[in-house]
Design a protein around this ligand. Structure first.
Ligand SMILES: Cc1cc2nc3c(=O)[nH]c(=O)nc-3n(C[C@H](O)[C@H](O)[C@H](O)COP(=O)(O)O)c2cc1C
Length: 153
């Protein structure tokens, strides 16, 4: 079911987050600077989304993204955090991250424990992995958006 404001394309450098992503959760996330978060369409609610992503014009991978205030951590600043379904050899702070947000999974929630948060994110990943196999979703993987100004060329 298509949602208002989607697909949404965003592109910008990866900045350092609070650093909890990889260390505490074992699920690394890439953070965007404030101006990219601020340019999200107003109609796009906070919550967990899925879509495609690539780094520095490289291969396009599946991703899950959390948009909001991370109630579990009670952040005061709205963030867009992308977890790419691929294991990268090292951090890529400063690299250009492109994302195409295609679908909504669930609202952001507070959890009783870190384990519950991790379990929820793991189930988001399974959901995204399957949803992105649909033909209409796979088509976006080939979007010109991911290929332009390819820094590897
Ligand atoms: C797919 C996904 C779903 C998430 N869902 C929630 C959530 O429901 N509630 C929450 O408080 N944080 C949620 N988060 C955010 C994590 O708490 C956050 O990624 C973690 O704190 C790491 O942040 P960092 O950038 O500070 O390292 C989610 C993150 C991802 C990638």
């Amino acid at each position: 079911m298509p949602m208002d404001g989607l697909p949404h394309y965003a592109s910008g450098p990866v900045i350092k987050g609070f650093g909890r992503g990889s260390k505490q959760l074992g699920i690394p996330t890439a953070n965007y600077p404030e101006d990219i978060v601020d340019s999200l369409p107003q109609m796009l609610n906070t919550g967990v989304y899925y879509g495609w992503a690539n780094v520095d014009g490289g291969q396009v991978y599946k991703m899950v993204m959390s948009i909001g205030w991370n109630p579990f951590y009670k952040n005061t600043k709205k963030s867009m955090e992308t977890h790419i379904l691929h294991t990268f050899p090292s951090d890529f702070y400063g690299s250009l991250l492109r994302v195409c947000i295609l679908g909504y999974i669930r609202p952001e929630k507070d959890f009783k424990s870190l384990d519950d948060l991790i379990a929820a994110i793991k189930s988001d990943i399974v959901f995204a992995d399957e949803a992105l196999e649909q033909n209409e979703m796979l088509q976006h993987k080939k979007d010109q958006f991911f290929q332009t100004n390819n820094v590897e060329d």
